[in-house]
Design a protein around this ligand. Structure first.
Ligand code: FPP
Length: 248
């Protein structure tokens, strides 16, 4: 438990994943350009990373840019890439000081060379940190990830009867990272949008109407409290149910 962690958050999810949705609507409601919404979203991400460190969350995975997002207007795509590059450039020293390790999920080779370099530098610079692992999904798609894993498995010559769920998990971008316990989607959309398709098999989902730039530390605290009320079964029975069944 982190030393600043509030008493009521005794049982925090080990891994939280977020779909940071609603930047565009946040900007529109204020008659601002969409990019202002994305900038506010990026600002908010800094706050939420800090809150995660404070709450003792060990893994945070964020959906920054999906493989489908390339179909957005060219200016918006370029603007988002600039925000990512900017954040990586400016925030990494502070993240490093906080003990944050950065990982990337997605196909890095399609990103512009300058951004690739910044990502790789950030990953290398923070690789020894272990307070919070921040997985940034940029150019990520869950189905693509599985296809890529299957291709790798075949090219490694692994025989069909040796393929297990663990072998597949070991070939995903998230290799070595535990599955998300809680996945939050902001902005009122209620779908999973190709996010962590394999890894979310037993995750708890929380959909909130709050737009991403407004999703603050207090909202995160409430989401964790809501998670604590859920009973996870992983397809089986809870220990309470097992006891009841045993006692007839
Ligand atoms: C969804 O809002 C948000 C995105 C596609 C981009 C998220 C990016 C950030 C928050 C910037 C910070 C990220 C990193 C990794 C530095 P939307 O445009 O779909 O909003 P709308 O549905 O209201 O139009």
């Amino acid at each position: 438990m982190s030393k600043n962690q509030p008493e009521e958050l005794k049982s925090v999810p080990q891994h939280i994943a977020i779909i940071m949705d609603g930047n565009g609507r946040w900007a529109r409601a204020r008659l601002l350009p969409r990019m202002a919404g994305h900038r506010a979203g990026a600002e908010n991400l800094r706050r939420i990373i800090k809150a995660c460190v404070e709450f003792g969350i060990r893994y945070l995975t964020i959906y920054a840019f999906s493989t489908e997002n390339w179909s957005r207007p060219k200016d918006e795509v370029a603007g988002l890439m600039n925000i990512f590059a900017d954040l990586l450039e400016k925030e990494v020293p502070e993240l490093h000081a906080e003990g944050v390790q950065i990982r990337h999920l997605g196909k890095i080779e399609d990103l512009n060379p300058a951004l690739q370099k910044k990502l790789l530098n950030a990953i290398d610079f923070t690789k020894e940190n272990d307070r919070l692992v921040l997985c940034i999904a940029i150019n990520y798609g869950g189905r693509d990830e599985i296809v890529q894993a299957v291709k790798e498995i075949i090219s490694e010559g692994i025989p069909a009867d040796a393929i297990t769920p663990q072998v597949i998990a070991d070939h995903l971008f998230t290799a070595g990272i535990p599955d998300p316990d809680l996945i939050i989607r902001t902005s009122g959309e209620v779908r999973t949008s190709n996010y962590l398709v394999w890894q979310s098999a037993y995750s708890e989902w929380l959909f909130t109407g709050t737009l991403w730039p407004d999703f603050d530390k207090e909202n995160l605290r409430k989401a964790i409290l809501e998670y604590n009320t859920r009973t996870r079964k992983f397809g089986g029975r809870t220990s309470e149910e097992k006891k009841e069944a045993y006692n007839g």
